[in-house]
Design a protein around this ligand. Structure first.
Ligand code: HEM
Ligand code: HEM
Length: 167
C-alpha cells in the first residue's frame, strides 16, 4: 500500500464534493415538475432546467465514483490508523460512500427512465448520504482542529509531493 492519494484521486474527490451539493439544490425541482404535469399545467422553465441538471450531474457523479472505485482498487491508500477503531470506522465510512453514491445514482436513473416506484428509496438515500457527509465533514474538522494531523493534507497534496516533502 502506498501513502495518500494520487493527483487523479484527489481531483476526482473534489469534483464529486462540488457536484453532490448540486443534487441537493436541484432535487426538489423534480417533484414540482411532475406535480405540474399531473395537474395538466406546463412546468416552470427553471424547474425543468434544474431537473435536467439533476439527472445529468447525477449520472456524472455515478460515473466519477465508479472511476474512483477502480482507481482505489488499483492504488489502495494507506489510512492513518488502520488498526485503531477510528481508522476502521473511517475506512468503513469511505467504503459506504462508494456503495451509497453509486447506488443513489443508479436508483435515480431507474426512477427517471425505467421504474418510478423506486423513487422513495432514492429520497431515503439522499437523507442517508447527507448524514454520511455530515459525519465525514465532522471527522475532517476533528483531524484538522483537534488531532492536528495530516489527514486533510492527504486529500490536498498528491502522494508524490508529500513524499518529496518528507525527504
Ligand atoms: C449521487 C447522486 C444523486 C444524489 C445525491 C441525488 C439526490 C437527490 C435529492 C436530494 C432529491 C430530492 C429528494 C426530496 O424530494 O427530498 C432527489 C430527487 C430525485 N432524483 Fe436524485 N440524486 C442523485 C442522482 C440522480 C440521478 C442520476 C437521477 C436520474 C438520472 C436522479 C433522479 C431523481 C428523481 C427522479 C428524483 C425525484 C424523486 C421524487 O420526487 O420522488 N437523481 N435526488
Ligand atoms: C459529498 C462530498 C464528499 C464525498 C462523497 C466524499 C467522499 C470521500 C471518500 C469516498 C473518501 C475515501 C477515498 C478513498 O480512500 O478511496 C474521502 C476521503 C477524504 N475526504 Fe471526502 N468526500 C466529500 C467531501 C469532503 C469534504 C468537503 C472534505 C473536506 C473537509 C473531505 C475530506 C476528505 C479527506 C481529508 C479524505 C481523506 C481521508 C483519509 O485519507 O483518511 N471530503 N472522501
Amino acid at each position: 500500500m502506498k501513502r495518500g492519494y494520487s493527483l487523479a484521486q484527489i481531483g476526482l474527490h473534489w469534483l464529486v464534493a462540488l457536484l453532490v451539493p448540486v443534487q441537493y439544490l436541484t432535487g426538489g425541482s423534480i417533484e414540482r415538475t411532475h406535480h405540474a404535469v399531473h395537474m395538466g399545467m406546463t412546468p416552470a422553465y427553471w424547474d425543468v432546467a434544474q431537473h435536467q441538471v439533476h439527472n445529468y450531474a447525477g449520472m456524472v457523479i455515478g460515473l466519477l465514483m465508479g472511476v474512483r472505485l477502480v482507481l482505489r482498487l488499483l492504488q489502495p491508500p494507506e489510512t492513518s490508523g488502520p488498526s485503531s477503531w477510528a481508522g476502521r470506522a473511517a475506512t468503513a465510512l469511505h467504503h459506504a460512500f462508494y456503495a451509497a453514491i453509486i447506488g443513489q445514482a443508479c436508483m435515480g436513473f431507474v426512477a427517471s427512465y425505467l421504474w418510478f416506484a423506486i423513487a422513495p428509496y432514492h429520497v431515503i438515500g439522499s437523507r442517508i448520504i447527507l448524514a454520511m457527509v455530515a459525519l465525514h465533514l465532522a471527522a475532517a474538522a476533528w483531524h484538522t482542529l483537534v488531532a492536528r494531523d495530516e489527514t486533510v493534507d492527504r486529500m490536498v497534496l498528491p502522494r508524490r509531493a508529500q513524499s518529496a516533502e518528507k525527504l
